[in-house]
Design a protein around this ligand. Structure first.
Ligand code: SF4
Length: 249
């Protein structure tokens, strides 16, 4: 069974959720002309890219290529380019910082302590994110409240110091996501067919078993409270040497 066959179960108000997501994107785009979608290339973000297309708004799409992404994840970049006739912007970490960190701490430093894991995320994700968001009025994410307790009360629109953060599918279920993917025949990450609901870097993502939480395959050796890379964390404060006005998949 593939992910669509497993998860295509829309909620009763699915059509209303789609309408409200499109309305939100149009409304926010009217007052924020320089928008960008931060895509992890997971299922939610493929949905959001398509919603941006359907809404007809101007918004760039960027990916943070940490150097540790799965081949299956990277394979989606040209597919987005072909389907929407737009170039996906790819931001990579500063090579000298990566080399220095790896030389000092090794390739598997993230398993040794939360601090080292957060330093790795700081170098490979947060610094490129700061560059990707520079000059933007707002960023668009695929956050959903259902994803974890940390995200249970995330708002669809958050005004951050320098820009607005827009999450048009916060109230969607996993079934809504897969119904939308099926309905619009969207490309999706092949890892979803192998029981990876939440996809990040290869060393820090694993498949989950029946009954496990949605994000239990991310940083599975850490406690639940620590499980954010910094992009969207609110209750943890990673030692981030690259401050941005918000934390980011
Ligand atoms: S998710 Fe893992 S490999 Fe990726 S940046 Fe964070 S610690 Fe490093």
């Amino acid at each position: 069974m593939n992910a669509i066959e497993l998860h295509n179960h829309p909620s009763p108000d699915h059509a209303g959720k789609v309408s409200r997501a499109l309305a939100l994107l149009r409304e926010q785009a009217a007052s924020h002309p320089r928008l960008a979608q931060a895509s992890s290339l997971g299922a939610e973000d493929m949905v959001v890219t398509h919603l941006i297309h359907l809404a007809g708004i101007e918004a760039s799409v960027f990916v943070l290529d940490t150097g540790k992404l799965h081949t299956e994840t990277l394979a989606l970049i040209p597919l987005i380019g072909q389907r929407y006739r737009r170039e996906v912007e790819v931001y990579r970490p500063q090579q000298e910082q990566v080399l220095h960190f790896v030389r000092q701490n090794g390739e598997d430093a993230m398993y040794r302590s939360i601090e080292l894991r957060q330093q790795c995320c700081g170098i490979r994700k947060m610094e490129p994110l700061a560059r990707a968001l520079a000059g933007k009025d707002g960023w668009i994410t695929g956050l959903r409240r259902e994803q974890s307790q940390e995200r249970a009360d995330v708002a669809a629109v958050v005004q951050e110091p320098q820009r607005v953060k827009i999450s048009p599918i916060v109230d969607w279920t996993w079934g809504d996501v897969w119904h939308f993917i099926a309905e619009h025949r969207l490309p999706y990450n092949a890892l979803h067919d192998r029981f990876f609901p939440s996809i990040g870097c290869e060393p820090c993502t694993r498949a989950i078993a029946v009954g496990e939480d949605f994000r239990s395959g991310r940083w599975w050796w850490e406690s639940e409270a620590a499980k954010e890379c910094g992009l969207h964390a609110r209750h943890v404060s990673p030692p981030n040497p690259f401050p941005v006005d918000s934390r980011t998949t």
